[in-house]
Design a protein around this ligand. Sequence first.
Ligand code: SF4
Ligand code: SF4
Ligand code: FES
Length: 297
Amino acid sequence: MTQPGEGSQEAPAGQQAAGAGREAAGNQRAVASQAARDAPEAAAARQLRVWRGDKAGGALTDYTVGAGEGEVVLDVLHRLQATQANDLAIRWNCKAGKCGSCSAEINGRPKLLCMTRLSSLPEGPITITPLRTFPVIRDLVTDVSANYDWALHVPSVAPPDGLEPGEYRMAQADIDRSQEFRKCIECWLCQDVCHVIRDHEQHKPAYAGPRYFIRHAELDMHPLDTGDRRGALRDQQGLGLCNITKCCTEVCPAGIKITDNAIIPMKERSADQRYDPLGRVLRSWRHRDGRPPCQQP
Ligand code: SF4
Ligand code: SF4
Ligand code: FES
């Protein structure tokens, strides 16, 4: 016997048929798309030239891999890994342009593998190589730890004496001003492309690079920071070596205007501090506690 409520759990025959049809169509689409993923002989096959090797050396290796509509370079590299080169080393995490880990060079240009659509690249073989500025670990994976070492050289925020955590107050406008620099995903593409590091081995230990110039700029704009970063930037972190080519800005996937909004203003402030004759006279007037004569006791 049918109990109350049992009938309502069963869809009418028409709806069941429609649901079954949708499910079948969905399964067909899934099978078709899986087939497209797995078939290197698919109509849209792409030629890849992938650097394979380790710190002892390596070479470009040619592959032909199937490619689906709308796919990015990381998709075809995953297919290559799954079907032809199981030991290919690639670093990636989010596949959404947010973690910064899939950086490499595509046709010689520093890019995120997960954000570079195949359709944006010219016809013909796609060359994929590791970041040239950093030592290779294996295949497309490089050792980017030098960047984390540089992070240790950036002094943190120095709030005014006597102000305890919890007592900090800042205007929203001041927070907004440096928000652009906080979008950095630490992909190191800017560090990779910067010729000061890329082409001059001797500068590597003494040049913070664009990623850390924006970190300094961000802290310099902090309304509670009492530190003066200009001297260290100029004398220890190599700001003067940057010749404003803007290559770093061009490759930044976060769209940060590294050169215009961080490096150039920092250079101007550093130069003012050292060379501005009027500023030098004014500074010599100042009392040792930093206050100008009109505010001295
Ligand atoms: S603008 Fe400066 S930091 Fe940026 S890539 Fe050029 S030299 Fe390097
Ligand atoms: S500034 Fe841009 S290019 Fe440089 S590490 Fe950050 S997100 Fe990457
Ligand atoms: S995988 Fe995270 S940015 Fe590409």
